[in-house]
Design a binder for this molecule. Sequence first.
Ligand code: ADP
Ligand code: MG
Length: 257
Amino acid sequence: MSALQIQDVSLGYLTKREATLALESISFSVEDGEFISILGPSGCGKTTLLSIIAGLLKPTSGQVIVGNKQNNDSTIQIGYMLQQDYLFPWRTIEDNITLGLKIKGVYTEKTRAATLDWLQQLGLSDKKHLYPNQLSGGMRQRVALVRMLATNPSLMLLDEPFSALDYQTKLKLEDLVFDTLKSENKTAILVTHDIGEAIAMSDRVILLSPRPGRIHQIFTIPRDIAKALPFAARQHQDYNDQFQMIWKEMESLASTS
Ligand code: ADP
Ligand code: MG
């Protein structure tokens, strides 16, 4: 069964001054357990597309089906991880990661323990009484990952979650996020402008063309690369060919816009 179907989705933004067509005729589907990247230059509509999938924005036309339901059904569980972690600075790490459970009314000793277990698996159990500003950027993103996992969503949306981190931290966190989501058989959609990250993390890469955002091409990443941890994937003998192929397509888009 498809975890997600996007059917002919378009979205225009209306401001007082102008109307911008941000996305045009986007259609694709994502299988259960699949990891997809949406790749494209800044401003091509990636965040807009994730917001539509999350049900935060309504498309001007077309529809989104998550599992077998329309995405305006509130029982659908979607997790979000952003470039900025948006942790509440006045709450401790434990209070931040259990907030979603409390809001959903499912905070119990059992769900609390499961959430703290994630914190431990991500190497942060000794940080639970600290506040976000006492943690490094990489640690904060690990907390954001725990917060996303806490409510056990079936679909994970990741909007450039590594792009504010230094390179080493980014590479380590890519492996950690990949390993964690794969071991839980989660379906994930990662938005990025980084070709290497898209190849290393995904089963398929959807390249968007800018203004308006349209699907330019969908690349299926060879199985060996797609299965490997991202750091190892970057060392794979065929990685560079994939990189060159997608790079060439991105360049062709840049020269026509
Ligand atoms: P990306 O995430 O790929 O950088 P966005 O989805 O944020 O792109 O934006 C796509 C286009 O829509 C851009 O041209 C942006 O300026 C425009 N846009 C985004 N949000 C709004 C908004 N709230 N109102 C009007 N235009 C917007
Ligand atoms: Mg964006």
